[in-house]
Ligand binder design. Structure first.
Ligand code: NDP
Length: 483
């Protein structure tokens, strides 16, 4: 597969290059080889993208919602037709196995375009009667939105931001992570092919500095970031300067609570999905697995058995179900956390060692006897490291589950339905799971509480975050004044 794009950026419906920008080398995580070379956006490229977006947005917003929706749904169809190629590219960009990307990435992006395409025609205001007079509201686009992505789901993030933004009549300038810059360019190509006017969806490459330049530009009305809390703080503060709208999809340290009445195999599945899918590089992962004391030995035994089913290897081999991490740097960060876990007295049950051979692999790693104060139980690792903690009572575990500055997700496995709903009500997290983990359908709102973020992606809730309300007062009788 040719992974070298035609040029680094996609602006105003065309590929654009400016070789004066810093070099970005794209590395295939399985071989460590450079598979594409791109350039970061120069100030001239940033200008070009924002000007194109500003101009195109007005025309796009003048289309009816149904017209906008039609082309977005066409884009969804094209994405599904090209699922194989898009999934291959996602695998080259991230290292995630094809067995995973072929069912989770372009398909999720297509769902977003289909869902928001379907909603576009019903984005309306309200009529508010006031006797003979009345007020009506108009739900209007924000203008030019900037999307800034993390590296773990480059296709999905480009679509999760693009679909609601475009459905509402905004234009978008998207900056992928420089680690995974390839997939968003394909999304841009497909949108143009589907009939989205040039300039409505633009992609420019760059390191953090390009993101920072976008966030503070006066032409920008909204910023949506998927990234770490540290970056979120900077971006939110910079956006506040211009009173820009924001969506912040940030990190987490989510709890997964397993009671002794749970279906053990289902709970083990939840813990695997919530820790090792995408080699653990998922923001909502339930990395603090609280297991009720009575079932701890059985849980650890079954988990170790099930982890024998991991097939780690060539991501393009359909039999592989576990790929390398995105980069050597990220793998080394995670290895550092593993060393800390051992140094602080956690018991390594399985994994933990970087294997010989090609690729940035780190096998599924499980620590038991983890306590709340250990670094591995407090900090986001963003890799395949599960911490198993013990607990006795519901009240105790809920307090400990919430004892974190993060609030992205939380899960519970139990056969007791009233307890399940009590736990869901008590969790301080934007997304809660009962007897499942890490589902993310486009129909449901997704986002964090506490330090994990602001705003929601997906669902009708996203419409609120990509549009604004204008109230229009209408007087039918005569307007009078006191003097
Ligand atoms: P980073 O926060 O390092 O980067 C996110 C993006 O922001 C990148 O494109 C980055 O560019 C850019 N950026 C960095 N500094 C600035 C700045 N000052 N101004 C504007 N943009 C900037 O995150 P990672 O890419 O390492 O992704 C991992 C993080 O993302 C984890 O914390 C994870 O939990 C979170 N995440 C959250 C999700 C959610 O939906 N809640 C989903 C997926 C991941 P560059 O890469 O070039 O530095």
């Amino acid at each position: 597969m040719n992974t070298q794009p035609t040029a680094s950026h996609f602006i105003n419906g065309k590929y654009v290059e400016d070789t004066a920008g810093d070099l970005i080398e794209v590395i295939y995580p399985y071989t460590g080889q450079v598979i594409a070379k791109l350039h970061a956006a120069t100030p001239a490229i940033v200008d070009q993208a924002l000007d194109a977006a500003r101009l195109a947005q007005q025309q796009w917003a003048s289309w009816t919602g149904t017209e906008r929706g039609r082309v977005l749904r066409r884009a969804a169809d094209i994405m599904r037709e090209r699922n194989h190629d898009l999934s291959m590219l996602e695998t080259y960009d991230t290292g995630k196995p094809y067995s995973e990307t072929s069912v989770a990435d372009a398909t999720s992006g297509a769902d977003a375009f289909e869902y928001f395409g379907g909603l576009a025609g019903s984005i309306t205001g309200a009529y508010i009667p006031l006797g003979d007079n009345f007020v009506y509201t108009r739900r209007e686009p924000l203008g030019v939105c900037v999307g800034i992505g993390a590296w773990n789901y480059p296709t999905q993030i480009a679509c999760w931001k693009g679909a609601p933004a475009l459905a509402c009549g905004n234009a978008l300038v998207f900056k992928p992570s420089e680690t995974t810059p390839l997939c968003a360019l394909k999304v841009a190509e497909i949108l143009i092919e589907a009939g989205v006017p040039a300039g409505v969806y633009n992609v420019i490459q760059g390191y953090g500095a390009v993101g920072a330049a976008l966030v503070t530009d006066p032409r920008v009305d909204k910023v949506s970031l998927t990234g770490s809390v540290a970056t979120g703080r900077k971006v939110y503060a910079a956006a506040a300067e211009g009173m820009r709208h924001v969506t912040m999809e940030l990190g987490g340290k989510s709890p997964l609570v397993i009671f002794d009445d749970a279906d053990l195999d289902a709970a083990v599945s939840g813990a695997i999905l919530g820790n090792f899918y995408s080699s653990g590089q998922v923001c909502s992962n339930g990395t603090r697995v609280f297991v009720q004391k009575g079932i701890k030995p059985a849980f650890l035994a079954r988990l170790s058995e099930r982890l024998q089913g991991v097939v780690m290897g060539d991501p393009l081999d359909p039999a592989t179900n576990y790929g390398p991490m995105v980069s050597a740097a990220q793998r080394d960060i995670v290895a550092g956390f593993i060393a800390k876990g051992q140094a602080e007295g956690a018991r390594l049950v399985t994994g933990g060692t970087i294997p010989d051979g090609p690729g940035f692999f780190l096998p599924p790693t499980v620590f038991a006897d983890v306590t709340d104060d250990m670094t591995i139980a407090r900090e986001e690792i963003f890799g395949p490291v599960m911490s198993v903690l013990d607990f006795d009572t519901e009240q105790e575990v809920l307090a400990r589950a919430n004892d974190t500055p993060y609030g992205l997700a939380a899960g519970v496995f139990t056969a007791d339905i009233t307890r399940a709903h009590r736990m869901a009500a008590g969790f301080q997290a934007g997304t809660c799971y009962i007897n499942t983990y890490n589902d993310a359908p486009v129909e449901a709102p997704f986002g964090g509480m506490k330090l994990s973020g602001v705003g929601r992606e997906n669902s009708k809730a996203a419409i609120e975050h990509y549009s604004q309300i204008k109230s229009v007062y209408v007087r039918m009788d005569k307007c009078e004044a006191p003097f």
